[in-house]
Design a protein around this ligand. Structure first.
Ligand SMILES: [Zn+2]
Length: 419
């Protein structure tokens, strides 16, 4: 039975990888990921279903288009293979060799497994898009976050699988999310300005060659308009994960204060909710009753969703806090907003502990890479998104080991979060 499931998940993962190839190619180019069907980017002819079988077709066709013989990038094969290995490997890791306590039985925790699979397939796509075009498709992060919240609520996982939080922390998370919603409405109606607005759509390369001042601003706005008219269906352009400095015609310190303003309602409401739940007895009793399984049958579902919400916020907060303090300190945009969404999605699926470890692990991995680059003198700058994704994946796989290793430190954090 398990063998059949492993083979099925491998084949299913390859199919997901095939879809990810479409996402990786089309999302940064602003094309629809549904229509039209697959076609050869070289001759434009539609690809028949028998030439579109994951893994196999690439090998059968010997990496060439059937019609025009144009070479097909090995990336297609690689993404399909890696996705298949991620999906079926995670299943083997969690449920067969059981290297992750808390995963338990697949029949009970399959929603969490599904959420993890969606998260890491999504992060693979995000990473490759980020490496190729320095963009992070926020839709992918949002989708993973939403799946994380829904799966946690649908079937509350064990505490080892989704880090639990105290009722107070849960209330603060809920209030903070409401605050973020309020802030987004304020931005939508123009009460709060978006940060780094003028720099948004400027080319990343050769910033010094770009005209500064008014001419540059006009150009940036025009480019934005063109982009909008080209794809009106898109609500928001992906966010660049590249550092902006004064040479881009923006003042990073002033821009980052706009983001602090954006976060103000969330912080304010979270503090208010925290105070209400701890200080006002009727509110406290009502909230504790709502989150107590003995008094409310739905309490486990509610607390699991609150834990996912708390994870979403903590994940995002690590990057955003670093971004705000780094930008204020160095006068240069530190970390991209896309990175905030990546780690937030990790938190929404895995709870608050995984992104907290992944944040430091990613920095460590990136630093190790930077040293190798420095030693081999191969100048190749990399965006930060893939490091966060890799850090999160390693953290999820070696969670038990890392928790044991970090036990003295996590106990302090657990006390702070009340978890
Ligand atoms: Zn072709």
């Amino acid at each position: 039975m398990e063998v059949i499931l492993v083979i099925f998940l491998f084949a299913f993962g390859a199919c997901v990888g095939s879809f990810l190839n479409v996402v990786i190619w089309r999302l940064p180019r602003g094309e629809s990921i549904v229509f039209p069907g697959s076609h050869c980017p070289s001759c434009g002819r539609a690809i028949a279903w028998y030439d579109n079988i994951p893994l196999l077709s690439w090998i059968v066709l010997r990496a060439r288009c059937r019609h025009c013989k144009a070479p097909i990038s090995p990336r297609y094969l690689l993404v399909e293979a890696v996705t298949a290995v991620i999906v079926c490997g995670m299943f083997v890791w969690f449920y067969i060799i059981q290297l992750r306590s808390g995963a338990g039985d697949i029949r009970e925790t399959w929603p969490m497994f599904l959420a993890h699979a969606v998260l890491f397939c999504g992060l693979l796509a995000c990473s490759l898009i980020d490496i190729e075009s320095w963009l992070i498709p926020l839709e992918v992060c949002w989708l993973a976050s939403l799946v994380g919240l829904i799966c946690a609520g649908a079937s509350p996982p064990p505490e080892r699988f989704l880090a639990a939080v105290s009722p107070t922390a849960g209330a603060m998370a809920l209030a903070a999310l409401v605050g973020l919603g309020v802030a987004m409405l304020l931005v939508h109606y123009g009460f709060v300005q978006r940060s780094f607005l003028d720099a948004d759509d400027r080319p990343v390369v050769e910033p010094t060659a770009k005209p500064k001042g008014k001419a540059g601003k006009g150009k940036g706005k025009k480019a934005r308009k063109d982009k909008k008219s080209a794809k009106p269906a898109k609500a928001q352009a992906p966010i660049r994960s590249v550092a902006f400095g004064k040479e881009h015609g923006v003042s990073p310190r002033r821009e980052i204060l706009r983001e602090v303003l954006f976060l103000a309602p969330a912080i304010g409401l979270a503090v208010a909710a925290g105070l209400m739940v701890t200080m006002v007895p009727p509110v406290r009793e009502a909230w504790l009753g709502l989150t107590d399984p003995a008094q409310n049958a739905w309490a486990p579902h509610l607390t699991a969703v609150l834990a996912a919400m708390f994870g979403y916020l903590i994940g995002g907060l690590w990057i955003w806090a670093f971004r705000i303090f780094g930008t204020l300190g160095f006068g240069r945009e530190a970390m991209g907003l896309g990175d905030v969404h990546i780690l937030a999605a990790v938190g929404a699926v895995c709870g608050w502990v995984v992104p907290s470890i992944a944040f430091f692990l990613a920095a460590f991995l990136a630093l190790a890479w930077a040293m190798t680059v420095f030693l081999t003198r191969k100048q190749r700058e990399l965006p930060y998104g893939p490091w966060l994704a890799a850090g999160a994946f390693v953290t999820v796989l070696f969670y038990d080991y890392l928790i044991e290793l970090l036990n003295p430190y996590t106990e302090v954090l657990s006390m702070l979060s009340g978890g």
